[in-house]
Design a binder for this molecule. Structure first.
Ligand code: CA
Length: 106
């Protein structure tokens, strides 16, 4: 049976201080769009390459910052990615291998 084509989704994350869980996030296909509400939209250029646990970065105006956490946070035996940012938190169960290309906004 042929696999269904994967859809491309962009998940918009407002700076509302909440934790947003996105099940089924597909690194390299889907995107996270962080809306810091600060009028900066620089595409979050740094860092390059794969995001790693403990990594921190900011947008070009230093009006928003991010911290990456990678671990099995929900205890199902599969690594998850969680990103804390100045606007809240996004939790991606069973998703790892994100790169800066998966992140938009600022
Ligand atoms: Ca997990």
């Amino acid at each position: 049976m042929p696999r269904k084509p994967k859809s491309v989704d962009t998940f918009i994350l407002p700076a509302d201080g909440e934790t947003h869980t996105i099940a089924g996030f597909q690194p390299g296909i889907d995107h996270l769009l962080f809306d810091s509400g600060t009028g900066v939209y620089d595409g979050i250029l740094p860092p390059l390459g794969y995001l790693y646990d403990g990594e921190t970065f900011s947008n070009s105006h230093n009006t928003a910052s991010w911290t990456v956490h990678i671990g099995d946070f929900n205890g199902d035996g599969v690594l998850d990615t969680s990103i804390d940012w100045s606007g809240g938190q996004v939790f991606l169960p069973s998703a790892t291998g994100l790169t800066s290309a998966d992140l938009w906004g600022g």
